[in-house]
Structure formats: C-alpha cells, structure tokens
Design a protein around this ligand. Sequence first.
Ligand SMILES: C[S@@+](CC[C@H](N)C(=O)[O-])C[C@H]1O[C@@H](n2cnc3c(N)ncnc32)[C@H](O)[C@@H]1O
Length: 310
Amino acid sequence: MAQQYYYPVSYLTTFRSVPQLLFGEHVTDLDRSADGTELHVDRALDIEFSGIVFNRTCREPFLEVVLPIFDQEPPENQPTSVVDTGSGDGTLLVELYHAIRRHTARGKVLDQYPLLMIGAEYNRVAQEATAARLHAEKVPHLTVFGDIGDPHSLAEALSSRSVDPHEVLHVSKSVIHNRVYAPPRNSVPMRDWQPSSSAVFVTPKGDLISARDLERNLVQHFRTWLPWTRKHGMVVIEAHTVDPEIVAPCVGRNILTYLDASHGYSHQYLVEAEVFRRCAQAAGFRSLTQRDLAVQMVGQPVLTIDRFVS
Ligand SMILES: C[S@@+](CC[C@H](N)C(=O)[O-])C[C@H]1O[C@@H](n2cnc3c(N)ncnc32)[C@H](O)[C@@H]1O
C-alpha cells in the first residue's frame, strides 16, 4: 500500500521542525542559523530521499518529456548544457545524461557536440553531493551556486564559467515551491488577479500570505525566468497541494494532509497543479508537453511535469 504513495511517511522525518511545531511548547526558528545553515530540514537526508522519489516516480515521464529535445536536428540547435537548479544529490542529472547518451540522436554525436550537466545549488551539502555523484558516474559536469529565485545571478555565474545561459536547458524538481516569498510588486496587469488556490500560506515569521499575493508572487517568479528560457524553455517537476474539500473525506488514507503540513510549517508554498499552470501562463509561458502524476490518490495530480516554453 505504502509503495503507491509518491512520498513515503518517512518524508516527514526530513523536516526537523515539524515535531516541535506540532507537539512542542514553542516554535523554533525555521529560517537559518547565523552561518546560513538551513534549520528546517536535514538536507543530506532530504536530497537522498528526493533522488529515490525521482527514480521511483518521475524518471520515466520526465525522460519522455525531455529526450525528444535531444533528437531534434540539427544537433547544433540543441542545448549545450542542462542546468538543474536545486540539483540535490545529482540523481536527475545523472539519469538524464545516461538516457540521452543511450537513447537519443545527440547521444551518438556527443564527441562532436558534448553536453555539460550543471548542478546549481544554494546549499553547500547538496552542491558537494551533486559534484561527487556526477564525478563518480563520469558525467561531464560543473556545479555552481544558484538560487531558483534569482535566475539573473545564476546566468552571471554560468557566463563566468564560459557557459552561455541562453543556450542551456533549465530543469528543476520540487524547488519552485521552496523559493523565498517576497510580497509581489503591484504591477498593473496583476492588480486584477483573481486567486483560486485553496491552500494556506504563512511567512517564516508566521504572518498569513493571502492566496492572491502568493499567486502573484508565483507569476512574478515565472517572469524572472522568461529571459533565460526563450530558446529551449524549461522543464519543471513540481509537487502540489489538493483542495481540502477533496482531501477531507480520505484523511488518514493518503499522505496529503501531512504533505501540506510539513511544507506549510516549513514555509514551502505548494499550490494546486491547475493554479501552478495558470500562474506560468500568466507570466507568458505555455506548457508544450505535460504529465500529471500521483493522480490515483484523490483524482488530482500531486506531482506534475511541464515543458514550459514562451
Ligand atoms: C527536492 S531536492 C531535488 C533534487 C534533484 N533535483 C533530484 O531530483 O535528484 C531539492 C533540492 O533543491 C535545493 N533547493 C531548495 N531550494 C532552493 C533554491 N531556492 N534554490 C536552489 N536550490 C534550492 C535543495 O538544496 C535540494 O538539494
């Protein structure tokens, strides 16, 4: 039974603060320690777990979405590199590289058109884990500091390592919901935004974020990625919440309530799959290829894969 679930119950144990938050007398600091270490998550355990989830749940549909990009002719029009922002233990990059090598037209001409797999991370433990894994697997690679919320600085980091940021394929898995929330700018097209998420969002200080502001922040997040994804788009794997009206009748029979709790208490912002895609569209992206996963739990996708292009 448990194997059907996309996140096993042990997922909760990667979030250090959840037990204190649920059962303790005071709330711990969910942010970072003075030296920048994340306090809300055991990152080494989290990335190991995430790699397992990728292989068990996302690998096949992700490859279905991405591999056709590396069959396109001529190969010089294909991406020169793949950048995985939030590369964790490097599982996604390793699996993708080997699949491209074995199953695509590009794989046959890697000597003439080499492919660099780049792990972008804001966490030192994960950056080291990515580098070690890619090295062990003999995958041509690079690791850089990168924050999903700041693609401009990521592009600068890539340029400084002689990688043209416009020529790469950007991918990410379950990282957009972990961006740092900032109140949205009140730009004109967003003033009339009608929210549709039923989720509850809270800042690290405990202030409520309205669904309207959270969705506008998500639209603005997507907009910051537009300039860097014009040529090859970006492939996004994301986790989602589901409307409580749908989840309530089956509490205890799936993981959705504690998925919401663990993410909510550690200020990670899961929205419904349809809300996520609506925000991407409002920013100027369209979903060229998409997959809905873990739909069997309650009839709604808990995980999605989209190739967004503009
Ligand atoms: C869910 S794991 C994904 C791992 C990898 N993509 C895979 O599938 O094997 C999330 C990773 O994203 C990183 N991460 C979280 N928030 C991030 C952010 N704002 N910018 C960059 N990386 C981030 C974490 O350090 C962690 O390594």
